[in-house]
Design a protein around this ligand. Sequence first.
Ligand SMILES: [Zn+2]
Length: 427
Amino acid sequence: MKLQEGPILYRASFLLPISSAPFEEGALLVDDGRILAVDCFDKLTVAHPGVTVVDFGDALLLPPMVNAHTHLELSSFDEWSATAGEPDSPHEFVDWILWLVRVRRSVSEEQFHDSLAKGLNTSLRTGTGAIGDILTTLSAAPAYRKSPLRGRIFAEVLGHDPAVAEKRLTAISDTLLNDSRSALDWGLSPHAPYTLSAAVLDQVFAFARGLSLQCTMHLAESTAETRFLHNGSGAIADKLYAYARWDPTANPPPGCSPVAALCRQGRLRRGDLVVHGVQVDAADIDLLKQSGCSVVLCPRSNATLNVGKAPVAAYLKAGVPLALGTDSLASSQSLSVWDELAFAYDWFAGAGKPCEWLAMATLGGAKALGMQDRMGKLEPGLEASFQVVTLPDMPCLNALEETLCASGQDVKVTHLYLAAENVMPGN
Ligand SMILES: [Zn+2]
């Protein structure tokens, strides 16, 4: 789409920059894909007479949502599990993993591609402008090229056999080196500390460092994981390792928490991403703070799998950078970060102020994906990336942030702009 030449003033009855307090009758002055000014509409029209005005009326303008952890290739999971004759999701963590693996095996590579395309489209419709997406099926990657979504694709690696891992890493490097047309960057996802052998973990992290790839890992998600890392026992050993025919001696228990184990091995590095961070104690929170990693909370997934609640208040107090993710539709009800936010705000009632939750859903995600200089807040110099939303009854300014946090599906996303381009599907 060709961008209009000359500056445009986008006006709405409320403007929420995220990096500063919301205000009424706000406007963004945009030119050449970037924000030139964020101020009151009246002030900007006086300073820029004759400028083209796009008026969104009684609506709120704010940065796009960032879904910092998802698996969009699984967006048709409901359909697949029904077709595979396994419609019901188990609520025990390891049973759920085995269910996921069984259903995945019934699906063709083409179906993953279509499912990913569907997830990318749904993300845009719900006001998401950037994703941290886990990709297992490399042949589905062309789907990203047709999407304007920003963010990062994390190619997933798991398994115990170094020879198989080597082939996988070669395939990943071929895929990402040949991908110059996607709007997304690439990263790597060693799946979890219990699904990679010690040798494969070494290989994967060496590969990531060699190519300066950001890493993300599912970490400290369940008590099953904690138990396995402490002494190699429990459902992960009894069920998952038995099913995969993995040799437990290839992944000897470090005898400490998952966070402590990764820190000891020097594998939690500034800028990397920890997903879940539910099963952590005060010492782990300190380690995470020192590491400079962001933690992506996926509360609806955690509730579905019954793995516990992340200590949000302690994370906020310690200053650990937080972001929000929907996880996949195999463990969550929707890909809407607005829905995730509403669930989290209710589930963690009292932990975090509304402005902190809204920041996690936008700027926190942008920081987690290393793109805070491009989006996540409305400030001069950044790309003109924003969403416009309405509520059934627009609240007064004082109640705006709290109402937004609590509204979920009542939030109607009417427009989504990325670098000044209207990318809402159907437009
Ligand atoms: Zn996940």
